[in-house]
Write a protein that binds this ligand. Structure first.
Ligand SMILES: CC1=C(CCC(=O)O)c2cc3nc(cc4[nH]c(cc5[nH]c(cc1n2)c(C)c5CCC(=O)O)c(CCC(=O)O)c4C)C(CCC(=O)O)=C3C
Ligand SMILES: [Fe+2]
Length: 347
């Protein structure tokens, strides 16, 4: 029944200019992302000296979780591994094995279902176990947490704080944003019998819960960071186009809430704080961006609550009626055909 470690599993990001292209090649290998898009994204990273904040943000969150675990007397060392960049999860898992870890829980830094947000982390777990081979620890992934009350509360306070930054909060529109994915991937998200779209439906539900708790009556849900070729449909509208549309309707200000992410990583800094803010300013609109929960003390408490669902069998706290999916052992999918990857363009 016991667990002897927690593996913090994230996306990874470069920590210097020479790491940008190899990182992007890792992210997009075999995924049909055009070369021009890679070069465009490399410019975004170089704008920040080739350093994504994501690894630092993960290390800070891990330190907070270690403190929270110690405070409640749970003796669980925390290890850090990534899908796409150092520390790579294969290397971390080899170290865990050498340290004698037999059974570990895995916290993936994504709150949602869908291929990119959930099942790909299962693939990372399976790949790392295969790479370690015999003696690899048993890995149990923690569930999706988009509807956990602490996740909702942290975002709701962030939306209120962002509204308070504006000169005229009363007229502002709250816009929730998540990472776009291919429409085919969203259509395949969830177990086949559910009819698909689990990712976009969970995003819509999280937005509704956060808006309700923040006392926001009207809001929109839009998408960012599309990377496929124009011929492939992705979730729309894009945040920047949406700001144009709001301006066209006479909306004087926007609060953008990146509800699809847990930290202020590079896609938040570039696509929202740079591109979206710039467009709003060009149009003379007020703009404020809500913080992600990474640095909020409630985030560490949330992770520890998810851990205690396994170590102590404590009840899963949830604000929605969606099933609590995503919790599987050794990288198994939640169900046969659940969150199948998008069909990739050939060539
Ligand atoms: C749903 C989703 C999340 C949220 C769930 C989660 O958090 O895991 C997420 C997170 C992130 N995405 C990130 C970065 C990138 N994502 C890319 C490409 C893609 N993302 C996709 C989806 C998602 N991505 C998809 C369908 C693609 C197309 C290629 C493919 O089918 O896989 C590319 C390639 C270049 C480009 O085209 O943009 C980059 C650089 C970073 C790190 C930022 C940093 O460095 O700080 C983070 C946290
Ligand atoms: Fe991404």
């Amino acid at each position: 029944m016991g667990y002897d470690a927690l593996l913090w599993l994230s996306f990874g990001g470069p920590e210097g200019p020479d790491e940008v292209m190899p990182f992007l090649e890792n992210v997009t290998r075999g995924r049909g992302v055009p070369r021009e898009r890679l070069e465009e994204v490399a410019v975004h990273y170089r704008h920040f000296g080739g350093v994504s904040p994501i690894n630092r943000l993960n290390r800070e969150a891990i330190a907070a979780v270690e403190a929270e675990l110690a405070a409640v007397d749970i003796d669980l060392p925390v290890y850090f591994g990534n899908r796409n960049w150092d520390p790579m999860v294969e290397v971390t898992l080899a170290r865990m094995t050498a340290d004698g870890v037999r059974r570990a829980l895995v916290f993936p830094t994504s709150a949602y279902g869908g291929y990119s947000a959930c099942r790909q982390y299962d693939e990372d777990i399976a790949r790392a176990r295969t790479s370690v081979g015999d003696g690899a620890p048993e890995l149990t992934k923690l569930r999706q947490f988009f509807d956990h009350p602490l996740f909702v509360a942290a975002f709701a306070d962030a939306v209120r704080a962002a509204l308070a930054e504006l000169d005229d909060p009363a007229g502002a529109r709250v816009v929730f944003v998540a990472h776009s994915v291919p429409a085919s991937a969203d259509a395949a998200a969830g177990p086949p019998e559910e009819g698909g779209h689990r990712y976009s439906r969970q995003i819509a539900e999280a937005a509704r819960l956060v808006a309700t708790e923040a006392g926001v009556a009207e809001y929109d849900v839009v998408w960012q960071s599309r990377s496929g070729p124009p011929s492939v449909p992705w979730l729309e509208p894009d945040i920047v186009d949406h700001i144009d549309a709001l301006h066209g309707k006479g909306v004087p200000a926007v609060v953008v809430c990146p509800v699809g992410f847990v930290s202020d990583h590079l896609e938040v800094l570039w696509d929202l704080d740079n591109e979206a803010r710039e467009r709003a300013e060009e149009l003379g609109m007020g703009f404020a961006r809500a913080a992600t929960p990474n640095a909020d003390p409630r985030f560490a408490r949330l992770v520890v609550e998810l851990v205690r669902e396994h170590t102590e069998g404590s009840p899963a706290r949830k604000c929605s009626a969606f099933p609590s999916a995503g919790c599987t052992v050794n990288g198994a999918p939640c169900a046969v055909g659940c969150c199948a990857p998008a069909t990739r363009p050939r060539g």
